[in-house]
Design a protein around this ligand. Structure first.
Ligand SMILES: [Mg+2]
Length: 257
């Protein structure tokens, strides 16, 4: 059994920036988890920097802010880094065929040119509950050109929505990879593109809370952040990466604040 560091009030207080994954850690879309509102409020009172990181692309960042505010968490736009936002930075000024509404909105706001046909050389995958054969066909025609590129915002296998188990964005990413024979370039966590954006806004000592082995704990360890595994998220146990500490659920953080 790996030996975890015990969390304590003094250890928790020594961090300057608190990074939270969203799905399975801070919220079960569209509801935030127990204690999340109080955690946000207390950290603000303690003058800590707070950053949310997510590969969630159903909403753009403005939509996520509205949802969090409605749940009593008044976040600012510069506190959220999503894989769609990273896509908008990486693909700024380029012509792309996006899959998914939330991703499309974020790309438009970030100055990416959107096309709805085959007239481009870039396909970007976001979460799309209306993904269909027609969209797949357009994407595939683009991808089969020699210089075309496939990007994705997520490889998630599963997605829990309103207590219902659904396929994650990985369903779309992997089907396009399979049919085109091209490997997608990952923009979300645990990619270097995502880390680059996160590094621009975190300050001092960083603690990171997440519920996935590779996308959170591996990512945080690689970045040199203090990783905390949240055990009641999407992945109930992890085997590849070793977190610095674990919590049964996010609300257990409250006892250290
Ligand atoms: Mg998660």
């Amino acid at each position: 059994m790996p030996i975890f560091l015990m969390l304590s009030k003094s250890l928790i207080r020594s961090f300057d920036t608190f990074v939270f994954d969203l799905d399975g850690t801070f919220w079960w879309y569209p509801k935030i988890v127990d204690g999340a509102k109080e955690i946000y409020r207390k950290l603000k009172e303690m003058n800590k920097k707070i950053v949310f990181v997510s590969n969630f692309s159903i909403l753009d960042r403005d939509g996520m802010i509205r949802l969090l505010k409605k749940n009593g968490v008044p976040v600012a736009k510069d506190e959220i880094i999503t894989s769609s936002y990273v896509a908008s930075k990486v693909l700024k000024g380029k012509k792309v065929f996006p899959i998914g509404n939330g991703l499309e909105k974020e790309l438009r706001k970030g100055g990416v040119k959107i096309v709805k046909n085959e007239e481009c050389n870039i396909v970007v995958v976001g979460h799309d509950m209306n993904f269909n054969y027609k969209k797949a066909s357009i994407a595939l025609k683009i991808l089969l050109r020699r210089n075309a590129k496939l990007y994705t915002t997520a490889y998630g296998k599963l997605w829990i929505f309103k207590d219902n188990l659904l396929p994650g964005t990985g369903l779309i990413t992997s089907s396009l990879e399979y049919c085109s024979g091209k490997k997608a370039i990952m923009l979300g966590k645990p990619s270097k593109f995502m880390l680059e954006e996160i590094r621009k806004i975190v300050e001092g000592k960083v603690i990171y809370f997440g519920d996935e082995d590779e996308a959170d704990i591996g990512f945080a360890n690689e970045a040199g952040f203090f990783s905390v595994f949240i055990r009641n998220g999407v992945e109930k146990r992890i085997s590849k990466n070793r977190p610095k500490a674990t919590l049964k659920s996010l609300k257990h953080l409250l006892r250290f604040l």
